[in-house]
Write a protein that binds this ligand. Structure first.
Ligand code: FAD
Length: 486
């Protein structure tokens, strides 16, 4: 008699190496039914955005190829996961479902429901951790509460985490004997067609596990060494650009930790350089965001600090459109928003600047910016995006104080001192000298003419006066603060 197969349900773990659910399913020695379910219904408002969908298509193609090379076919199904898994159990006679855990509130609720239902019918249901160094609930403070301050969280994680050798990818995957119907990935239309706006994405990225591994190795043997000094400079390719690979689980943090610490050992014989130490702490920000999302599931929708529920956000359609299109008249903001639109990615320093500008200069609700990022970032991630927006808005757990308002001109001069980044993304002002590249409104008529700029015509005049906008933001903040004071 042929042993009943196991369904391997892929989610945000689109890889074969260091994939504990796959390793366990393969070890079972029965046939495997690997499936990816596009469940937009359960995800609701947090279904993948446009740029993420583009990435997902490429990632699934890559995973499907890797499985085929090992003898198994990835099944594509669209619909509510509960119903699809029931159909597959009936069609294949499988007696087990294995998967790696997810942490978005909607996925936690859905997957717990599924696990209970399967077990009540004597179907073996097992889940594993593939995407975090430490799962929520395993790092709590002295009083058993979740950490709200990153520094304390990081100190604990750094002290306790030991690099582990990642699980190897299985050499072969034994497919189930039953032929299983699959939908066609192309029919899901994850990639844009009319119009196809994805040229910039295609030029910038290669989704998939092999590309993720290449990028990690390239970073570990290159930019990682100077990461601490260069990570804040948007004009330099000084960061790993691994965020989307990490989001889709094409690579996991355990593999990253192992590679960068081992690489350092191999190269210079000491465990970790300052550059790598800083890089690991950034990877830990991702972990911290996941812990926050798990313990405060309203994080994407509601401010963690109660007083911000009354913040007098403004509706400002003109300001919002200028921000989205990169036409605010503030070069560093415009460069960032154009980089995002064109490539689906923006440098972290510039994300902070454009977010501060939306929230504090334009007084637009952070959730509006969060949604825009959700749709346009290839690395859009519910935990990191929500935690970061709340950090910038000042409404989060460990947040930048609201009264610290980024000055876009000064931020530009400090982090892009020679205007390399701005000149690339805002070429219409490229001929301004370094001293004016971040503040074209300060240029004289002669200087503008020499640079071929007609302010208000070839490049916008600033949509706000930053000094006045800052005062307005501080007044609004004072108002919500004084209403909560005794
Ligand atoms: P690196 O500098 O190479 O960092 C390595 C990895 O650490 C990243 O790939 C990422 O997984 C993690 N990381 C780094 N910084 C942070 C951070 N501040 N918070 C959480 N994780 C971090 N990151 C996302 O992955 N998805 C998002 O949707 C997202 N939205 C953001 C929104 C705002 C307003 C801001 C200010 C930041 C946001 N970030 C988000 C965090 C950060 O900007 C990106 O992770 C980083 O720019 C990705 O580039 P990288 O892979 O080269 O990062």
């Amino acid at each position: 008699m042929v042993a009943a197969p196991v369904i391997l349900w892929f989610g945000l773990d689109l890889r074969l190496a260091d994939n504990p659910a796959l390793t366990a399913a393969t070890a079972r020695g029965t046939g495997l039914v690997p499936v990816f379910i596009l469940d937009d219904e359960d995800a609701g408002p947090w279904r993948a955005g446009s740029a993420s969908r583009w990435w997902l298509h490429g990632s699934l193609e890559s995973l499907s190829r890797s499985l085929a090379e090992r003898g198994a076919q990835l099944i594509f199904r669209n619909g509510r996961a509960e119903a699809v898994l029931d159909e597959l159990l009936a069609e294949t006679g499988a007696d087990a479902v294995y998967w790696n855990r997810r942490y978005e509130p909607w996925a936690v609720a859905r997957n717990s429901r599924i696990k209970r239902a399967l077990r009540s019918r004597n179907v073996e249901a097992r889940s594993f951790n593939a995407s975090l160094l430490r799962e929520p609930g395993t790092i709590m403070n002295g009083t058993g509460e979740p950490y709200r301050v990153f520094a304390a969280f990081w100190k604990r994680l750094r002290n306790e985490h030991r690099a582990e050798s990642p699980l190897p990818a299985p050499k072969a995957v034994s497919a189930s004997a039953t032929e299983v119907r699959s939908e066609r990935l192309a029919d899901w239309k994850l990639r844009p067609s009319a119009p196809d706006w994805s040229d910039g994405l295609r030029a910038a990225w290669t989704p998939g596990e092999q590309a993720a591994q290449r990028r990690l190795r390239q970073f570990a043997s290159g930019a990682a060494a100077a990461y601490r000094e260069q990570r804040d400079r948007p004009g330099i390719d000084g960061t790993s650009r691994l965020a989307a690979h990490l989001h889709f689980g094409e690579i996991g943090p355990r593999q990253i930790w192992w590679e960068v610490t081992e690489q350092a050992m191999r190269d210079i014989g000491i465990p970790v350089s300052p550059g790598i130490e800083t890089f690991l702490s950034e990877v830990a920000w991702r972990e911290f965001s996941y812990h926050l999302l798990f313990h405060f599931p309203a994080l994407p929708e509601a401010p963690l600090r109660a007083e911000f529920k009354r913040f007098p956000w403004k509706r400002n359609a003109k300001g919002l459109a200028a921000w989205q299109r990169g036409l605010t008249g503030f070069p560093i903001v415009d460069a960032g928003m154009r980089q995002l639109w064109k490539t689906g990615w923006m440098h972290n320093r510039v994300r902070m600047i454009v977010a501060s500008f939306l929230v504090k200069d334009l007084l637009i609700d952070w959730r509006v910016g969060e949604k825009w990022f959700w749709d346009t970032l290839v690395d859009a991630d519910l935990a990191s995006n929500a935690a970061s927006w709340q950090w910038v808005a000042g409404s989060g757990a460990d947040a930048a104080p609201f009264f610290r308002v980024f000055n876009p001109g000064l931020q530009g001069s400090k982090f892009d001192p020679h205007g390399v980044y701005v000149r690339h993304w805002v070429p219409e002002i490229a001929r301004l000298p370094d001293s004016l590249i971040h503040t074209p409104w300060k240029a004289t008529a002669i200087e503008l003419e020499a640079a071929g700029i007609s302010l208000g015509c070839t490049y916008p005049t600033p949509v706000v006066d930053h000094a006045l906008a800052r005062e307005r933001a501080l007044d609004a903040f004072q108002a919500i603060k004084s209403r909560t004071s005794p």
